[in-house]
Design a protein around this ligand. Structure first.
Ligand SMILES: Cc1cc2nc3c(=O)[nH]c(=O)nc-3n(C[C@H](O)[C@H](O)[C@H](O)COP(=O)(O)O)c2cc1C
Length: 204
């Protein structure tokens, strides 16, 4: 992990601590009220879809943290043909797929985005952008007028070009500022995830 990254995380943690002092009640409310009660609804009053691809579980962990803090349906994007177990083989395959614009088929047809107000889109940073299965998802349906909240786990390059590339794939969607979490820190990222949700008005 780079020093730069450590600094960013620490800054984010400090920012969270300030916010947490003011917003602790907001975090506690859903646990008290339960998800079915009026006070637990998202600010938009809408439904959340949390769609993500994860090869080794880091992005899945963040997806779970988002669900715990903001509610919503989890959708794991799985490719028909899994990526190789071998890391190096996966990086080589991914490089080729990204260069050629290949969209690997997914095991299931994703639900219609029209049923949701906010679509969280999670991906590992692969070669500086989102993984090809996430590109398949974003090009498989019409996201016009929808709000997309991107989250990325990474090995040091943070969001990379993820947000820009999502905007290119979904030019008529509103794409919120993305969340970047270092892959090895995902287990401790609840506070960073919750602060990002609050900054974007997505915490319940
Ligand atoms: C094909 C491939 C390419 C990657 N490229 C990058 C990269 O460009 N920058 C980076 O910071 N991490 C990169 N990584 C590391 C992953 O982004 C990181 O381990 C991530 O947390 C994995 O998420 P997952 O467990 O949800 O699959 C790459 C990993 C793979 C397998």
């Amino acid at each position: 992990m780079s020093k730069h990254h450590e600094c960013s995380v620490n800054t984010a943690r400090r920012r969270f601590c300030k916010l947490a002092a003011a917003g602790l009640g907001l975090l506690a409310a859903p646990a008290v009220l339960g998800s079915g009660e009026a006070g637990a609804a998202a600010p938009q009053g809408g439904r959340h879809l949390i769609a993500y691809f994860s090869r080794t579980g880091n992005t899945r962990t963040i997806a779970g943290q988002i669900q715990a803090a903001a509610g919503g349906e989890l959708l794991e994007l799985r490719t028909v043909t899994p990526y190789p177990e071998d890391y190096r083989a996966t990086t080589e395959q991914a490089k080729k797929e990204l260069a050629s614009g290949y969209r690997p088929p997914l095991q299931t047809t994703p639900p219609d985005p029209a049923a949701y107000d906010v679509i969280f889109v999670g991906s590992p940073n692969w070669w500086g952008t989102i993984a090809p299965p996430v590109m398949t998802f974003l090009t498989s349906a019409d996201f016009s007028g929808k709000t997309i909240a991107p989250f990325v786990t990474h090995g040091g390059s943070r969001l990379g070009r993820a947000v820009e590339d999502i905007k290119k794939l979904c030019p008529k969607a509103t794409v919120l500022p993305g969340l970047a979490v270092y892959g090895e820190s995902v287990a401790d990222a609840q506070e960073i995830t919750a602060a990002w949700l609050r900054r974007n008005g997505l915490a319940r």
